[in-house]
Design a protein around this ligand. Structure first.
Ligand code: SF4
Ligand code: ZN
Ligand code: ZN
Length: 324
């Protein structure tokens, strides 16, 4: 965990982390305090959590969601419940589910595992190990939509009124840039620490308490507190626009420290202005429909998950004899 033995924190202890944009070194004690303060500040600023909230935590067993559950348990007395999604990615997911269960047991948090196989009739591996399919479809697009769909459904089933997700600073900045690249204003406006613009009883509002913490800060905190998490990465990652955006942002951040924080701050300034403008012009609130097939909330006729499942099934039929 050492960065440079000559670097000292302002408290005099040996530093383990240098925060480029502040030009400041942190020891493990001061870094822990920084992470906790940042987490509480993000929650307090937008009132992400109210006293009686029942919070479902989307727990993958990775570094982010494990820290999220740990900090929520440490600082809040709210009822917590972990939802673990098994997309069926093979060994990688099996290991991370084990870590997630270990953490839940350590913290005394109840959990529920929901799998793609049970819910949709197929696992990610069954579809995407077929190279012909992988040439045509990006696994993350499908995995992301179906996971969000399932998390909302399972959070609602346990009567949670908030769904906490482990989105970190890098994830958030990437999403901002990706939506600009795609010219997707609707999804652009759905970002933020408390993105919910739609109020509907079938939709559990998502909150992102880690949104202002970087990946590095999260990993260091996990290590300091020995929080169990799976270090391996998903075998399907890499082939997506997010991956390319991440590379660009990493280079920008290296050259111009603070870039990522500035993008998030810019987003937070521009979002309320845009929303106001849209309301002024259109005088209509975001209206919610229910999917004609599965009855889940959506802004379309059929929800995105149903649309993608249909596409996957027809491709699978085309390229394989194996039934879904
Ligand atoms: Fe799913 Fe992509 Fe994440 Fe893998 S990297 S778990 S395929 S979203
Ligand atoms: Zn210190
Ligand atoms: Zn649907």
């Amino acid at each position: 965990m050492k960065i440079c033995k000559y670097l000292k924190c302002s408290c005099g202890r040996e530093a383990i982390y240098f925060k480029e944009n502040e030009g400041r070194a942190y020891c493990k004690f001061c870094l822990s305090k920084y992470v906790e303060k940042n987490f509480k500040k993000t929650i307090g600023k937008e009132r992400l959590i109210e006293r009686n909230d029942k919070i479902a935590v989307a727990l993958s067993g990775g570094k982010d969601s494990s820290l999220l559950l740990f900090l929520l348990k440490k600082f809040f007395r709210n009822e917590l419940f972990a939802i673990i999604i098994d997309e069926g990615i093979g060994e990688y997911r099996e290991k991370s589910i084990e870590k997630a269960k270990e953490l839940c047991m350590k913290l005394g948090v109840n959990y529920k595992i929901a799998s793609f196989k049970n819910e949709f009739g197929f696992s990610m591996k069954e579809i995407f190990e077929d190279l012909e399919i992988r040439k045509k479809l990006l696994p993350c697009t499908y995995c992301g939509v179906l996971r969000r769909y399932l998390l909302n459904k399972k959070a609602r089933e346990i009567d949670a009124n908030k769904l906490a997700v482990g989105i970190n600073l890098e994830d958030e900045v990437e999403s901002i840039i990706m939506n600009i690249i795609r010219d997707d204003v609707e999804r652009f406006l759905k970002l933020g620490a408390f993105p919910s613009l739609i109020e509907d009883e079938r939709f559990v509002p998502r909150i992102k308490p880690l949104r202002n913490l970087s990946e590095k800060e999260i990993i260091l905190y996990d290590k300091i507190y020995k929080i169990p998490f799976e270090k391996k990465r998903c075998p399907f990652r890499g082939n997506s626009i997010r991956f390319d955006v991440r590379k660009i942002l990493r280079n920008l951040e290296k050259k111009y420290p603070g870039t990522k924080y500035q993008i998030v701050r810019f987003y937070d300034k521009i979002k309320p202005l845009l929303l106001e403008k849209i309301k002024e012009n259109q005088e209509k609130e975001a209206r919610i429909n229910y999917c004609k097939s599965c009855k889940e909330p959506t802004s379309r006729e059929f929800c995105k998950a149903c649309e993608l499942i249909k596409k996957l099934k027809s491709l699978k039929e085309k390229y394989s004899t194996q039934n879904l």
